[in-house]
Ligand binder design. Sequence first.
Ligand SMILES: Cc1cc2nc3c(=O)[nH]c(=O)nc-3n(C[C@H](O)[C@H](O)[C@H](O)COP(=O)(O)OP(=O)(O)OC[C@H]3O[C@@H](n4cnc5c(N)ncnc54)[C@H](O)[C@@H]3O)c2cc1C
Length: 542
Amino acid sequence: MTKVSATLETPILIVGAGPVGLALAADLGGRGVPCLVVEQAEGPPDHPRASVLNARSMEFMRRFGVADAIRDAGAPDDFPHTALYCTTLNGFEIARIERPHHGGRGSSAGSPERAQRCNQIWSDPILRALAASFDSVEIRYRCRFETAIERADHVLATVHDLAKDEHLTIAARYLVDCSGGHSPIRRALDIGMNGSDYLGYFLSIFVSAPELWTHHKMGKAALINFVEPDGLWRNLISLNGRDLYRFGVRGKAYYDAPDKVDADRLFNEVVGKPVPHEIISVRRWAARNVVAERYRAGRIFLAGDAAHLNHPAAGLGLNTGLGDAIDLGWKLAAVHQGWASSTLLDSYEIERRPVGRRNVGHADTSHANDREQKPGPAVGDDTPEGARVRQRLTDAILPSQTRKVITDGLALGYRYDPSPIVWDDGTPPPEDTVSDYHPTARPGSRAPHVFIAPGRSTIDLFGKGFVLMRLGTAPLDISGIERAFAQRAMPLAVETIDHPEVTALYERALVLVRPDGHVAWRADAPPADPLALADRVRGAYV
Ligand SMILES: Cc1cc2nc3c(=O)[nH]c(=O)nc-3n(C[C@H](O)[C@H](O)[C@H](O)COP(=O)(O)OP(=O)(O)OC[C@H]3O[C@@H](n4cnc5c(N)ncnc54)[C@H](O)[C@@H]3O)c2cc1C
């Protein structure tokens, strides 16, 4: 019979040690906030999932001090991030999109970091080691969350320790559901998911094919989409730039009977001839493009795949989830440390759900483009008709797929607008575009990147408490702001920067940046009521 052990207490219980739960634990750990992570599995997954950390996620990794570890673990610096479209690897090329500002160690115009290819089989263990390195973080594997009941000032959760076969009761002030797409918590709370009707069925095949590029003439590419007579339904994603790939196959029949699938045959088909390879593992999964109706129910928050699900075509699921963790981390810390009340936590859903809807919407549209392609039987033929069909596809695929695979605007240009904890300055927002990022320091935006010293970005100033940037040479008295933040026990650092590019880009003499690196307020003079500013940005706006 299963034993029942004593009650554990923690300020914050995180259910799920996927990347989002681990990033949240690392963020809290870095702020010295205790938390307990429970995970039903034995450790990080050994089958590949998401492969790309976009530039914003890499900025988070930079702040965590693990950006180099991610780069070292992923694809080699010189591996091209090319997205290739072809009939087979030994057939006809249809389109090619180069992504020169992805990968490698340099910066790009908008960020000190570039998007990196590092699959979860390597990035999740890095996040786990990071989270576990903090004394205030405890991670318990093989512990399955079962129930949660909300009380007046805490949540009471039951967890099954599978190794010891005993039940634990955990009292937490807040619970964060990072348990992924099948979230038992979201279901128990009866929180629906809204979005498109799309439901896609897939097999994910983990395959090793050493030096595959020596068996064809298409060259190295990170993402290879096969354009076949009945559409784009197979792709090959390079994982380590050497031998490992994630081979994706769409189709309900495959999903329903994975054991009957001849993965070797499917693989040789897309290569266009038999080549040496080994199938390592096969998993099935279903994709939807939906967002939870709510991200909060009392003391319980939803983050990551528990809150939003999307087809991975545009690589947004994991990256959107990391953004959730970063938004929620400092807010939970503020409440735990006592300089904000729980009203600050209301802003989590207000800020993050629109980002979830925007990114899921983009994934839905861009994948719909894939589904609409119906090339017909001539696509692989070496005939004038085949050439005409391929040219038509090239013309259609290039614009739609560029929007799918270059998403720097989505990655860096998201903003919290409107937000009750941001002080709108009335300036018009820049255009919100998918591929191009338009830097801005308008309140609500991610504070933009400028190098202020060799290798040191404005981004590197942010992450702990609030930062008041004093830009240019105008003598401004900021003592009122400092007194107000001290009165509310809010962490504040002042950075005086006389750098023309920063002054021009940030557009104001004073810019207040939140612990998550988003601009909270900006002006050319100190506010008339500094306490009102401090109260607004700590969520005491009611
Ligand atoms: C098979 C598969 C293939 C994928 N492939 C891609 C891809 O190619 N590209 C892409 O961009 N995205 C892909 N994704 C999605 C991507 O992996 C997710 O967006 C990302 O992992 C989200 O992170 P998360 O932490 O929110 O959730 P998850 O990574 O799902 O982590 C949730 C964790 O919660 C744990 N958990 C669940 N229930 C309980 C419970 N009751 N008690 C304790 N722990 C629990 C789970 O074991 C899991 O470790 C894939 C997902 C799957 C499932």
